[in-house]
Ligand binder design. Structure first.
Ligand SMILES: [Zn+2]
Length: 252
C-alpha cells in the first residue's frame, strides 16, 4: 500500500513501524507549515529535514518516503521568490516526486500569485503537483482553485487533495487525480467506502494526511479493510491503495 499524503516531520518514529507492519511500503510526505515560515531559510530547513532526517527515520522502519515540496498557502515567507527560484533544482532529487502541497487557503492575492507561479514552474518542468483544499469555505475555495488549475497546468499532472462529498461533483469529470483523506475529523473509512462506491475507484488515491492534528497512521489499511468487508474486489482495492498513486507519482 501507498499512503499518498502524510507529514512525516510531525510524527513519532513508532508510527512508521506501525505503517510498515500493516502493509504500507511507501508514503508521500508533503511540505506544509510546521513553524511560522517567516523566511525562506526556515522553508529550506523544513525541506532538508524531510528529505534527510524523516526519510531515514522511516527507512529504518521499512517505509520508503517520497516527497512533495513547495510553498504551502499557510507558509508564504516574505522572501518566497527565493524558494520558487530553487524549486527546479529541488525537483531533481529522485525522491521529490511533486511540487506540494500547494494551493489556496483564503484566496488572498498573494496566495493566488504564489500558487500560479508554482503551477507554471510545474507545467514547464512537466512535474506533478499536490493541491490542498481547505476546511473553511471548502466549496468556494475549491471552485477558484479548479479554475486556476485549468488555466495554468495540464490537469493530468494534478492531484487535488482532501476531496469530500461537498466538492467531488465539481471535480469528478475533469482529468485530475483525486486524493481522499481518511482522518478522524474529516472522513471515516465508512465515508470513504460510500464515496468510492458512488464515484468509482479509477481516479482516487487514499491518504491519511497524518499531521499534528487528530490523525491515524493506519487510515489507508483501515479503509482497505472497510472496502474488503463491503465486498470490493482485490483488484479495485489495489487501485485506490497503491496502483493509482504509483502511476501518478511514477514510483514502483
Ligand atoms: Zn497535508
Amino acid at each position: 500500500m501507498i499512503d499518498g499524503h502524510i507529514h512525516a516531520d510531525t510524527r513519532p518514529y513508532e508510527d512508521f513501524e506501525k505503517m510498515a507492519i500493516s502493509g504500507i511500503n511507501a508514503a508521500i510526505s508533503c511540505a506544509h507549515d510546521p513553524l511560522k515560515m517567516s523566511t525562506s531559510a526556515v522553508i529550506f530547513d523544513h525541506f532538508d529535514r524531510l528529505v534527510n532526517n524523516d526519510r531515514e527515520r522511516a527507512a529504518k522502519n521499512g517505509l520508503t518516503l517520497y516527497f512533495a515540496l513547495g510553498i504551502h498557502p499557510r507558509s508564504i515567507s516574505s522572501d518566497f521568490e527565493k524558494v520558487l527560484h530553487k524549486l527546479p533544482k529541488i525537483l531533481k532529487n529522485e525522491r521529490v516526486v511533486a511540487i506540494g502541497e500547494i494551493g489556496l487557503e483564503t484566496t488572498s492575492p498573494k496566495e493566488i500569485d504564489v500558487f500560479i507561479q508554482q503551477l507554471r514552474i510545474a507545467d514547464d518542468l512537466k512535474a506533478k503537483v499536490i493541491v490542498h483544499t481547505p476546511r473553511t469555505n471548502k466549496k468556494e475555495v475549491t471552485e477558484i482553485t479548479k479554475n486556476i488549475l485549468l488555466e495554468n497546468i495540464e490537469p493530468k499532472r494534478v492531484l487535488i487533495d482532501h476531496v469530500d462529498f461537498t466538492i467531488v461533483d465539481s471535480l469528478i469529470d475533469e482529468q485530475f487525480t483525486l486524493g481522499l483523506t481518511v482522518q478522524p475529523l474529516k472522513m471515516s473509512p465508512k465515508d470513504a467506502f460510500i464515496l468510492l462506491n458512488d464515484y468509482g475507484l479509477e481516479k482516487f488515491v487514499l491518504n491519511s494526511d497524518m499531521s499534528s492534528s487528530p490523525s491515524d497512521p493506519l487510515s489507508v489499511p483501515k479503509t482497505v479493510h472497510e472496502l474488503r468487508m463491503n465486498g470490493f474486489d482485490e483488484k479495485d482495492i489495489q487501485l485506490v491503495s497503491e496502483t493509482n498513486a504509483a502511476k501518478f507519482f511514477n514510483i514502483s
